[in-house]
Design a protein around this ligand. Structure first.
Ligand code: HXC
Ligand code: NAP
Length: 293
């Protein structure tokens, strides 16, 4: 099967500028690479400046495309507004916003401090709100149309999931925002869609969701009816289609790309109930030790 091949025609995103939050690693980087290969100019943002500068260099070398790295913590509206300014200054205008940045880790909810819960809500829900509001207001004020916002959610945004409750809560909010603004801001020439990925191995997610031997114990591929995890290119193919003009009549949709996983067993991390109480201290230490910034 050739699902790891590139799907869209060359130049499908020519003349488009795309901002990808969290574009320096994992799925954000994979999407950014494909957007560049399709002729887009890309702005990648995240908190870690070294990481995004390095990623930008790598992406330029791989694709010969134009990439701008702008450090930004999406939790802070002033920093997001600065991204709007620098992206517009550098590339003239922005056509697409991909809200991909996220924070997450597994934990029994009763172990979370109020700040731990807030941290995930702030990155995922408030961060997506900040970026959407800043770019949306700019496009409306400038009377710019044919704009696209693509939000990356998860399948537990609608099913909920134990042990990742702040993430599930925040992603549900992002899904509601996607569908609400798809209706309200269509009059300004904006489309809003979302992708709900199943398991796609990335360092960021796997370090925090499957630390230690949980990878073997809870082999996520086995939970997928198609018996495999996702390939980054197949997610990038879907994202490229949804931000391209080929999907011009798709608005307010969330497309699941999970091999049928959620239908088979809703709530991806409910199965962590099998972890004995005394193991959580060790798992928490392992997750904290992996922090890479
Ligand atoms: C309990 C924890 C914890 C843990 C942190 N905290 N890790 N509590 N268990 N394992 C607490 C801290 O003690 C603190 O609360 C609060 O959370 C904030 O922690 P900080 O380290 O100060 O936050 P920050 O530096 O902002 O880092 C954010 C982070 C970190 C979310 C904690 O993991 C991160 O930077 N993540 C970004 C990348 C990421 O998460 N990628 C995965 C996306 S995968 P106190 O009270 O002590 O101040 C995904 C979908 C997956 O989203 C679906 C898969 C199938
Ligand atoms: P990842 O590599 O950890 O991506 C998360 C990105 O968000 C990182 O680049 C991180 O960079 C950035 N980020 C975190 N906090 C930020 C903040 N406050 N401000 C700006 N940027 C911030 O993990 P991933 O797996 O690729 O996840 C990408 C997206 O896919 C997320 O929305 C995630 O929820 C979703 N998803 C992933 C899977 C999966 O199986 N991988 C499944 C379902 C959904 P910095 O640390 O440099 O800030």
């Amino acid at each position: 099967m050739n699902y790891t091949q590139k799907m869209l025609q060359k130049d499908a995103l020519k003349n488009k500028t795309v901002v990808v939050t969290g574009g320096g690693s994992g799925l954000g980087k994979a999407m950014s690479q494909y957007f560049l290969e399709l002729g887009a100019k890309v702005v990648i943002t995240s908190r870690n400046e070294d990481k995004i500068q390095k990623a930008a260099q790598e992406l330029t070398q791989l694709t010969s495309g134009e990439v701008l790295a702008v450090p930004c913590d999406v939790r802070h509206y002033d920093q997001v507004e600065a991204v709007v300014q620098s992206a517009n200054k550098h590339f003239g205008s922005v056509d697409v916003l991909v809200n991909n940045a996220a924070g997450n880790f597994i934990s029994p909810t009763e172990r979370l401090s109020a700040n731990a819960f807030d941290t995930i809500i702030d990155i995922v829900l408030k961060g997506t709100k900040n970026c959407t509001l800043a770019f949306g207001k700019h496009w409306i004020a400038e009377k710019q149309t044919e704009k696209v916002v693509l939000n990356i959610v998860t399948t537990y945004a609608w099913t909920g999931s134990a042990y990742v409750v702040p993430s599930a809560t925040a992603k549900a909010g992002v899904l509601a925002m996607t569908r609400s603004l798809a209706v309200e801001w269509a009059k300004y020439g904006m489309r809003f869609n979302a992708i709900a990925p199943g398991p796609f191995p990335t360092k960021g997610a796997w370090d925090r969701l499957l630390p230690g031997n949980l990878k073997e114990q809870f082999d996520l591929a086995k939970k997928v009816p198609l018996k495999r995890v996702g390939a980054h290119q197949e997610l990038a193919n879907l994202a490229a289609y949804l931000v391209s003009d080929f999907s011009a009549y798709i608005n307010g949709e969330v497309i699941t790309i999970d091999g049928g996983e959620w239908l088979k067993g809703a709530g991806q991390f409910n199965l962590l109930e099998d972890i004995p109480e005394e193991l959580w201290d060790m798992l928490e230490a392992m997750i904290r030790a992996k922090k890479d910034r």
